[in-house]
Design a protein around this ligand. Structure first.
Ligand code: UDP
Ligand code: MG
Length: 308
């Protein structure tokens, strides 16, 4: 049984894989404990698979899964987590932006008893102001909408205890953002700070389209805000319309002119619209509940059991 598993999603990483292997293996060898590296080739079209096969043929600690096409980094991470057998699993990017030395600090934290250790980016070299701004905005928005405590400046570079891995792979949803899922899971969490350098070679695979997809996977499985919006709007609008009607009735009783029949148009239309919105909202609540059933998340997650 490997003590540590390093999970590495790799999409068209022919330029970085050997550098990654050369940098990471000596660091983990220095621990003098068993480890494996699980590479998940996410449908690469370059020489990624050849290089991984070569590394795996000379080093049995290297395991490789190859996807039939590009399914995305989150799916690759899930595959790695499902295949990893370590007591602690560390997810790292293939481009050496996640520091192997920081991984050692994560292991120290794990040995202190923490079950999830996040790599927190101190400096982010070479990232555009646009990327940093949009990332900050995304996290602020996701926190607000989902109520999940997703930490800032934290990506997928994390250590997971075996218990956490077993819980994560049970989350049934199709669209996954590990950062949001780990926030939902709980467990004892700690941080290790590191400076994030530029990619050692090659180029980022994240286009604006992919980032929007990622944002969607973080928000929608974790909230029913969109579905409950009509009932909230309907209730507010209905309340305002009723208040307006009461004011009109009072004004009419006092024989004060307020515009007569035409003025009644606003609260009447408002009230009718609010009824439509509330009915829509009720139907949406059913949809939200069906979604939760389909998502089939466990009802609770146990972090420790004693004397069973
Ligand atoms: N990656 C992947 N599938 C994808 C895109 C990226 O497996 O569709 C991998 C990529 O090979 C790398 C990690 O995910 O190991 C992070 O990707 P990248 O470095 O391009 O993202 P950035 O660091 O620029 O956010
Ligand atoms: Mg990168």
């Amino acid at each position: 049984m490997a003590k540590y598993s390093i999970v590495v999603p790799a999409y068209n990483e022919e330029k970085t894989l050997r550098l990654f292997y050369g940098a990471v293996v000596p660091v983990f060898e220095s621990l003098r404990e068993d480890f494996e590296i699980v590479f998940v080739n996410d449908g690469s079209t370059d020489k990624t698979q050849e290089i991984l096969s070569e590394l795996a043929s000379s080093d049995k600690r290297i395991k490789v899964c190859r996807f039939s096409r590009n399914f995305g980094q989150q799916a690759a991470l899930l595959c790695g987590l499902e295949r990893a057998i370590g007591d602690a699993v560390i997810a790292m990017d293939a481009d050496l932006q996640d520091s192997p030395q920081a991984a050692l600090l994560m292991i120290e934290k794990w040995k202190e008893g923490y079950e999830i250790v996040h790599g927190k980016r101190r400096k982010r070299v070479g990232e555009s102001a646009f990327k940093k701004r949009t990332a900050d905005l995304f996290y602020a928005l996701t926190r607000k909408i989902t109520g999940l405590d997703i930490p800032s400046n934290v990506g997928d570079f994390k250590l997971y205890d075996r218990k956490v891995v077993d819980a994560l792979v049970k989350l049934g949803e199709h669209d996954r953002l590990l950062r949001a899922q780990t926030a939902w899971l709980g467990f004892k969490q700690a941080f290790v700070e590191f400076d994030r350098p530029e990619r050692v070679a090659g180029e980022t695979h994240y286009t604006v389209k992919k980032m929007v997809g990622l944002a969607q996977s973080g928000i929608f499985p974790n909230t029913d805000a969109g579905l409950t919006l009509p009932i909230k709007l309907g209730t507010i609008l209905g309340g305002l319309s009723l208040a307006c009607m009461i004011v009109f009735i009072v004004l009419a009783c006092l024989a004060i002119d307020f515009g007569g029949l035409v003025a009644w148009l606003f609260p009447t239309v408002g009230l009718l619209t609010s009824i439509v919105l509330i009915c829509q909202g009720l139907a949406n609540i059913h949809t939200a509940m069906i979604y939760k059933e389909v998502q089939n998340r466990p009802k609770y997650i146990i972090s420790e059991e004693i004397n069973f």
